[in-house]
Design a binder for this molecule. Sequence first.
Ligand SMILES: NC(=O)c1ccc[n+]([C@@H]2O[C@H](COP(=O)([O-])OP(=O)(O)OC[C@H]3O[C@@H](n4cnc5c(N)ncnc54)[C@H](OP(=O)(O)O)[C@@H]3O)[C@@H](O)[C@H]2O)c1
Length: 241
Amino acid sequence: MQQLDELSDDDLIGVYRVEDRSVPHLRANFVSSLDGAVEIDGQSKALSSDSDSRVFSMIRRLADVVLVGAGTIRDEGYRPLRLSAASRSWRTAQGLPENPTLAIVSSRLELSPVNPVFQSAERPIVITHEASPPDRREALAEVADLVVLGAAEVDLTAVLQELAGRGMPQILCEGGPHLLGALTIADLVDELCLALAPLLAGPGSGRITAGLPTTLTRQLKLATLLTASDDYLFFRYLRES
Ligand SMILES: NC(=O)c1ccc[n+]([C@@H]2O[C@H](COP(=O)([O-])OP(=O)(O)OC[C@H]3O[C@@H](n4cnc5c(N)ncnc54)[C@H](OP(=O)(O)O)[C@@H]3O)[C@@H](O)[C@H]2O)c1
């Protein structure tokens, strides 16, 4: 167990970096209350803290692409990804683009082309399937790179292959629960980074995963555990190879 507050940013990068960036890797990053809540009043903001923001931004620094469900874009009010100056210069020094690409998974395409997330020179990727509404696809193709994978539902295995094929093997899933549920059912999660917030949120919220029940389970192995002075815990669990 390590103390987050004693780690420099470089140390922290050392905790979260993968050995070989060229090997496709799906990392999910979530924050939860002690009693398992994924949101408070519809957002994760009240679950977060300074230490959580620090770890969150270091994890983002390492990503080629940030993969999110359309629900998270809508509920969390996502904006174009623009990392801190320190993160951008760190990435440039590593030969990476200044910011990771944003990739949004959606079935219904209930996303307005004027959503702030599309107001950037760096066009996000919108990933959908063949049965999604063609008129919405056409409208979103004006502001994003439209990728169609799967007949009646998004083929998530193909999504990871597509992103790796576009030179983005390091995939960070920032949610939400339905996307994590689908990735879990497809057994595609290589790593879960979980921040545990020291609070009881009470009944009402869902968990970090959602969707149809499954009997599938996936054993993960604890890689690191950080403690922070604000009583947050940061777990990093990896799929056993
Ligand atoms: N605590 C945390 O770390 C954290 C992280 C993220 C989100 N959240 C919270 O989670 C809540 C949102 O939950 P959510 O489950 O709605 O989030 P979500 O998984 O991001 O969004 C669900 C929507 O995303 C699209 N989607 C997800 N998986 C898909 C798949 N396999 N195929 C096709 N489309 C897919 C669909 O969009 P369409 O409806 O457009 O088809 C679906 O309705 C919010 O309250 C947010 O604050 C918490």
